[in-house]
Design a protein around this ligand. Structure first.
Ligand SMILES: Nc1ncnc2c1ncn2[C@@H]1O[C@H](COP(=O)(O)OP(=O)(O)O)[C@@H](O)[C@H]1O
Ligand SMILES: [Mg+2]
Length: 220
């Protein structure tokens, strides 16, 4: 039996009195690669924020790595080991330059300056963004920001990847590099996307979030 990595039990959440998630049950095991689809505004991003502890459910329980997570301090370990790609790259990137942003995660996880440098170099090579490393973030295009944001997540080598619309805004070549990376280097992930072709290449099953509920949609 595979071990459970994320478990949500009867989760409900709303913004003020506006309900978004209702009695949601969900489980992700180590080694599983799943997609999450759903209409705009159905609560996909909210769902990821509940897992990361940025939003707290009104009712229900969140278990990550087998432990219930309630308070902010319970989520410190979660935020170090789960790599979240924000839907909006501007929420991800906050350092002056690209290379500092990619190095930030590894340094924060206790890597030395030299180790972080090596990680930046390797990731930049994989995604062909060496020419962007010294650029200030604000001078990047939307698509460049997206691939740099992805690089900051990959640099952390997380146990599980939570990616919120990773393929949006990417050119075909970059998209293919991302698919290859997800296929070859990522063991466990939850990918929110409207891009069915992308999901078909990167995950084994798809859930749908609709009418405040998550249910299984498709298994490949
Ligand atoms: N901070 C917020 N305050 C109030 N309503 C919000 C907030 N963030 C999102 N919402 C609303 O909650 C619903 C779910 O949003 P979201 O999780 O971003 O959906 P999705 O990612 O599926 O498009 C939407 O109707 C959205 O307008
Ligand atoms: Mg969203």
């Amino acid at each position: 039996m595979e071990k459970t990595l994320i478990k949500l039990e009867n989760i409900s959440f709303g913004y003020n009195s506006f309900p978004v998630l209702k009695n949601i049950n969900f489980e992700l095991k180590f080694g599983e690669k799943v997609g999450l689809i759903g209409p705009n505004g159905s609560g996909k991003t909210t769902f990821l924020y509940i897992i990361m502890g940025f939003l707290k459910p009104v009712s229900g329980k969140v278990f990550i790595f087998g432990r219930e997570r309630k308070k902010d301090k319970d989520f410190l370990e979660v935020r170090q080991k789960l790599g979240l790609l924000f839907q909006d790259s501007d929420s991800q990137l906050f350092c002056p330059t690209v290379k500092e942003d990619i190095a930030f995660g590894p340094l924060n996880l206790g890597k030395s300056r030299n180790e972080a440098k090596e990680i930046v170099k390797n990731i930049a090579k994989v995604f062909n963004i060496e020419h962007l490393l010294d650029r200030p973030i604000y001078k990047l295009s939307g698509g460049e920001k997206k691939i740099v944001a992805l690089a900051t997540v990959f640099a952390m080598n997380p146990v599980c990847y939570l990616l919120d619309e990773p393929s949006s805004g990417l050119d075909e070549d970059t998209r293919n590099k991302l698919i290859k990376f997800l296929k070859n280097h990522v063991k466990t992930c939850l990918i929110v996307s409207h891009d069915r072709k992308f999901l078909k290449e990167t995950v084994n099953k798809i859930y749908i979030l609709k009418n405040k509920k998550v249910s299984l949609y498709q298994v490949f």
